[in-house]
Design a protein around this ligand. Structure first.
Ligand code: SF4
Length: 334
């Protein structure tokens, strides 16, 4: 499971901006007792997908499913244990220090908690300018000028650019986080739960800003979130992750209209409908997401799946194309 491109062959005809193939990230377990058992934590377990220029791929699933590790691996902020990441045709995982620095100018990330990435003693304008200086793209005065410009574009005034992080609200700080990414003129931005810590009204403002910026600059997003309503709004395609693997991938409209995997159906059943006539019957998942270190046979979702059959515990379903552009790993689609 996981070796096929999650975007499917239709997308494969186009050259991908980002192509991730069989990505694996396992962590060694430090506990002496468990280490002797030879178990490791399989945070990401064979994930493949493509993101085209100007496209948004939503990556969804419960916490602990491996989404953030995928995002960090794409930028090599964590070192994957296996697989390949190709960006603009270049091998990210094989890149040396200088090439990686250049690649990271074109691939940026917006974190859930922007304040963690900011120096509390520096004005946010200086923090935005810092990226330009580190990349050697502008001398100090020019970097400051460009930082104020990009902060203005995301809705912050020159006075706010002179503020320290603690003087700004959560929504304003996330605008700073977006400005830090944008100032380097990237082609791809990994958005890792960028609005989940914000009030609902502010979430809409940030999402609309991301959409406007995408239109203006032709940005591609890998949009990681557990809120499916948000992902539906922003994504062209959606990949659903469960326990380190992609279990379903499809164009957003198709996935939300007729989910093919019971896990997707369960996630969607928890999303409030826009209209009572569109309300879905709530599917309550049994139990918690299992440990990613437990030995696994059969379908990883079997212990929680309301549709599980006898063979689901013995045999793992293949991740395969079930209709043009739609991929899923579930025997129900055979
Ligand atoms: Fe459920 Fe079986 Fe499909 Fe897995 S393969 S999702 S257990 S029905």
């Amino acid at each position: 499971m996981g070796s096929a491109p999650a975007n499917g062959p239709a997308a494969a005809a186009e050259p991908a901006l980002l192509e991730v193939t069989d990505l694996v990230k396992h962590y060694r377990i430090r506990s002496r007792q468990l280490a002797r058992s030879g178990l490791s934590l399989r945070a990401v377990d064979g994930v493949s997908f493509r993101v085209g220029a100007g496209e948004t791929l939503g990556l969804v699933g419960e916490s602990g499913g491996g989404k953030t590790t995928v995002g960090l691996s794409v930028l090599r902020l964590v070192q994957p244990s296996g697989g390949t990441v190709s960006f603009e045709g270049r091998d990210v995982l094989a890149a040396g220090r200088v090439e990686l620095k250049a690649l990271r100018q074109r691939m940026q990330i917006v974190f859930q908690d922007p304040i963690g990435a900011l120096d509390p003693r520096k004005s946010v304008g200086d923090s935005v300018a810092e990226g330009l200086r580190i990349q050697g793209l502008a001398p100090r005065a020019e970097a400051r000028r460009r930082a104020v410009e990009v902060l203005d574009r995301v809705g912050l005034t020159p006075a706010q650019a002179r503020s320290l992080p603690h003087e700004l609200s959560g929504g304003q700080l996330q605008r700073v986080g977006i400005a830090r990414a944008l100032v380097l003129d990237p082609r791809l931005v990994v958005c890792d739960e960028p609005v989940s810590a914000l009030d609902v009204s502010i979430q809409a403002q940030i999402i609309n800003l991301l959409l406007d910026l995408q239109d203006e600059r032709g940005l591609a997003y890998l949009f990681i979130a557990h809120d499916l309503a948000l992902v539906q709004h922003i994504s062209d395609r959606v990949a659903v992750m469960y326990l380190g693997r992609i279990v379903e991938s499809a164009p957003a409209g198709e996935l939300f209209g007729s989910p093919a995997h019971p896990y997707t159906r369960a996630l969607l059943s928890a999303v409030p409908a826009d209209h009572p006539s569109a309300a879905r019957q709530r599917m309550v998942l049994r139990g918690e997401i299992p440990s990613a270190s437990a030995p696994m046979t059969g379908c990883p979702f079997a212990p929680r799946c309301p549709d599980a059959m006898a063979k689901c515990s013995d045999e793992a379903p293949q991740f395969k194309e079930i209709s043009p552009g739609r991929w899923a790993a579930c025997f129900l689609n055979d």
